[in-house]
Design a protein around this ligand. Structure first.
Ligand code: ATP
Ligand code: MG
Length: 507
């Protein structure tokens, strides 16, 4: 007799429904799994055999063939252990499913004693189950809180195979979870690091603009001037995620296996700072079973590249397309995948190998060719993608007493939040509800969203010819000016806003 049961797996960030079929044929005691399984699924045979025996049932002594359909789709991970075990038991007539359970989706990794272990990507699977109008989802207990973010499903949280068998036989019923109404709880942000930074007023203003409009920032300066410290403090200025953004980010972390069980919904914006030895694949994503890279893990948050010139140029060049488009496209022979990558890019660099080229007092010890080689590591096109490029000079003794007061911080955080809300409202009024921040405005709708008056146009005309700005540079100045205007709750972009934006671009 053959049996069929539904399961699901992730591919990229999305999920796909998989049919798990089992058939008992022939005398020889063999267990075969077909349908492009990976090594982890092949090894399911041993786990399933032990788990069934240790759950008090006999394992069939005949030839078992398990097929995972669709057959031309590569399947990965140990999440098929549970559906394979059930399909085998149904084929052996040890179990009969009710019509509703025949339509249900089962996922979970089995331990040898029959306990269920969590799998990656459950949020994505739960979203698929809902989309397919399937009612029931059976999964390991450790994954339940994550799936429970999705309302409208019956989620059965399982400890082990024996418990599930009791339930399916109607002996000891498990009560399903029906989804929670989790709200983003905005915790009061004390911005401790930011508050401790002395002086550096221009850099602090740049961070404020970055946080408000999601603009890319490059900080250049001598060693020890506080670039790393400033970049790390940006995380404290970012407004909380909206619920939709939180779901997007949580899905990425769930698929990557980075979701903490205690915190099923990620509520704070990610801050990723990969080391300069990071490989291209680790940075942008990929691999034979494509996984999200650092730029996707930084989605809706910050990607901080410290010591930018130390990153290999080939690795950095991979950033050019995702920084522009907010997505990274990974092509494989079978399928093309897209991972979201809408992040604020923040980078820190020294101007030369010794670090003191731009220092007013300390002499630079590098030769012209050393400086040339060092600066060549960052390509012109990549530099052009930084909306704000600032100098972070060594702190003068006179500025050491200059700190930010708590009330100044509260005012700053309030302004950033307000500026983000103004942007959201503007996008909504213009039927662009998939836009969140000014940085996402593209050349197609910049004139509609950021109109300039005559004097503003004049100023930009002069700047373009004097500073040889690219068209991208021109657009970036307008977008940054839009954010500066939003921070000042000004409806129109005024010349003073453009002048400030220009000052951050050219120095
Ligand atoms: N403005 C500042 N206020 C308070 N502390 C500062 C400031 N600038 C630097 N520091 C302190 O000095 C140390 C060095 O700062 P940081 O690592 O940020 O420098 P950096 O500019 O990144 O240097 P490098 O170019 O060598 O990486 C840190 O311990 C930091 O806390
Ligand atoms: Mg540093």
């Amino acid at each position: 007799m053959s049996s069929k049961i539904f399961s699901a797996t992730t591919f990229g960030l999305d999920s796909q429904l998989i049919e798990v079929e089992a058939d008992l044929i022939g005398e020889a005691a063999k267990f075969i799994i077909v349908g492009l399984p990976d090594l982890a699924i092949q090894e399911a045979r041993e786990r399933v055999r032990s788990a069934i025996k240790n759950s008090g049932l006999a394992f069939p002594r005949t030839k078992i063939t398990v097929n995972l359909a669709p057959a031309d789709f590569k399947k990965i991970g140990p999440g098929f252990d549970l559906p394979i075990a059930l399909a085998v038991l149904i084929a052996k007539k040890s179990l009969i499913l009710s019509p509703l359970d025949q339509q249900a989706v089962f996922v979970g990794e089995l331990a040898l004693n029959g306990d269920l272990r969590p799998i990656n990507g459950v949020l994505s699977i739960a979203l698929l189950v809902k989309e397919q109008k399937i009612k029931r989802l059976y999964l390991p207990k450790a994954n339940a809180s994550e799936a429970n973010l999705i309302k409208g499903l019956e989620i059965y949280s399982l400890e082990n195979l024996a418990q599930l068998l009791e339930h399916l036989k109607g002996k000891l019923l498990i009560k399903p979870l029906l989804g929670t109404d989790l709200q983003i709880t905005a915790t009061k942000n004390p911005a401790i690091t930011f508050q401790k930074i002395k002086g550096q007023l221009q850099a602090k203003r740049a961070l404020e603009i970055c946080a408000a409009g999601n603009h890319n920032l490059l900080m250049n300066g001598p060693p020890g001037s506080g670039k790393t410290l400033l970049a790390r403090s940006l995380a404290e200025l970012l407004p909380p995620l909206t619920f939709e953004e939180a779901l997007e980010v949580t899905k990425i972390y769930s698929v990557s296996g980075l979701l903490a069980q205690k915190q099923p919904l990620i509520m704070t914006r990610p801050f990723r700072s990969p080391h300069h030895t990071t490989s291209s694949i680790a940075l942008v994503g990929g691999g034979s079973f494509p996984k999200p890279g650092e730029i996707t893990l930084a989605h809706r948050g910050v990607l901080f590249l410290d010591e930018l010139p130390e990153f290999p140029r080939t690795v950095l060049e991979n950033l050019r397309q995702p920084v522009e488009d907010g997505v990274v496209t990974i092509a494989r022979a079978a399928q093309t995948l897209q991972f979201p990558a809408r992040f604020t890019l923040v980078a820190a660099a020294n101007p030369c190998p010794c670090g003191y080229l731009t220092d007013a007092e300390k002499e630079c010890k590098c030769t012209a060719s050393q400086i040339f080689k060092y600066q060549k590591r960052i390509s012109g096109p990549l530099l052009d993608r930084f909306d704000l490029q600032i100098e972070v000079p060594r702190l003068k003794f006179i500025d050491i007493g200059l700190t930010t007061t708590t009330s100044q911080i509260q005012y700053l955080l309030h302004n950033i939040h307000q500026a983000r809300n103004l942007q959201l409202k503007r996008f909504k009024d213009n039927n662009l509800s998939n836009f969140y921040t000014n940085n996402e405005i593209n050349s197609g709708n910049i004139e509609q969203l950021c109109p300039l008056d005559i004097s503003g146009q004049q100023l930009l005309k002069q700047a373009m010819s004097k500073f040889h700005l690219s068209m991208r540079g021109y657009h970036k100045i307008i977008k940054v000016a839009r954010t500066i205007a939003d921070l000042a709750t000004s409806k129109n972009i005024k010349t003073e806003h453009l002048a400030e934006a220009l000052q951050f671009r050219i120095n």
